[in-house]
Design a binder for this molecule. Structure first.
Ligand code: NAD
Ligand code: UDP
Length: 313
């Protein structure tokens, strides 16, 4: 198949492109390189089935493809809050453009939605039926509400225009090629530990997250896109293992053998207190569940960042 991956030069997108190429598909990686990098895809450039298009999805584009994975959107709080208006435009105008493309060329489209649609959840663990608890006017809203509208658009193009859609809700995902400067917790803690700097735990560190290794996520994405049961989602994709940020910091210190100390810093506004996916739907319909547990995944992420740190010094 000819497959378009928007945001293909980003962290998750680059792993998805790699996997799709390994399965023999033609892959078009579309990216505006806001948070993505050519370094993430340089190893794919020699492959004649791989093409890169520098483009911003807030502008229309016409490409003849069979599948569209719509991942283009900054994902880390620092990056999506850098230009919040642009973040909303990317989710809303960008998703309209990609849905318009899907409609025109009759492609199937998968939207990378997020656990952030549940906001600061009052239901735990989060099931797909839960409508969420999202602040519409806070500093995370550009991302959360943008992604919620993107889901609405997906459903309305499906109901109104019969567009073949899939929606996944991704929970915190980590692994090699996370941007060093994106401020997300795994990259921050690992880099701080490798540099023997203080580990910055925000708030009292009792907030929880569930961390999915990127290869597990990519497997789930492809299963969702290609499921032939007509299941459109939304479906939660994440690892149900739930950890406090203190536990994560201690694990990272242990696995790196670092001399770093844990310090506490201010909790960002609207930081969700807990997050854990209920993945019963994914287990049942996609026969998918994560296989890489946190210690193993952290070892792989640490090995990547160790190399990145040593080459950047
Ligand atoms: P990332 O920042 O590494 O990747 C996003 C990519 O999209 C980058 O390459 C960036 O340059 C590109 N991009 C941003 N705006 C664009 C635009 N207007 N036009 C074209 N390209 C644009 O982030 P990621 O972690 O790889 O996330 C990928 C997708 O998965 C995002 O949609 C994100 O919301 C979603 N997601 C990620 C996580 C996670 O934990 N990583 C969790 C939930 C959802
Ligand atoms: N966090 C932290 N220290 C850091 C970066 C993040 O304690 O250096 C916390 C953050 O407050 C949040 C959790 O880690 O509670 C996950 O943050 P991240 O930005 O990775 O993702 P999100 O909040 O979007 O899940």
């Amino acid at each position: 198949m000819r497959i378009l991956v928007t945001g293909g030069a980003g962290f998750i997108g680059s792993h998805l492109c790699e996997r799709l190429l390994s399965e023999g598909h033609d892959v078009i990686c579309l990216d505006n390189f806001f948070t993505g990098s050519k370094n993430n895809i340089i190893h794919l450039m020699d492959n004649h089935r791989f093409e890169v298009v520098r483009h911003d999805i807030t502008q229309p584009i016409l490409l003849e493809v069979d599948r569209i994975y719509n991942l283009a959107c900054p994902a880390s709080p620092i990056h999506y809050q850098y230009n919040p208006v642009k973040t909303t435009k990317t989710s809303v105008m960008g998703t309209i453009n990609m849905l318009g493309l899907a409609k025109r060329v009759k492609a199937r489209i998968l939207q990378a939605s997020t656990s952030e649609v549940y906001g600061d959840p009052q239901v735990h663990p989060q099931t797909e039926e839960y409508w969420g608890n999202v602040n519409p006017i806070g500093i995370r809203s550009c991302y959360d509400e943008g992604k919620r509208v993107a889901e609405t658009l997906m459903m309305d193009y499906h109901r109104q225009n019969n567009v073949d859609i899939r929606i996944i809700r991704i929970f915190n995902t980590y692994g090699p090629r996370m941007a060093e400067n994106d401020g997300r917790v795994v990259s921050n803690f690992v880099l701080q530990a490798l540099r023997n700097q203080d580990i910055t735990v925000y708030g009292d560190g009792s907030q929880t997250r569930s961390f999915c290794f990127v290869s597990d996520l990519v497997e789930g994405m492809i299963r969702m896109m290609e499921n032939d049961r007509g299941f459109i989602g939304p479906v939660n994709l994440g690892n149900p293992g739930e950890f406090t940020m203190i536990e994560l910091a201690q694990k990272v210190i242990g696995l790196t053998g670092s001399a770093s100390k844990i310090v506490f810093a201010e909790l960002p506004q609207d930081d969700p207190k807990q997050r854990q996916p209920d993945i019963r739907v994914a287990r049942e319909v996609l026969e998918w569940e994560p296989t890489v547990q946190l210690d193993e995944g952290l070892r792989m992420a640490i090995a990547y960042f160790r190399k990145a740190v040593s080459t950047s010094i």
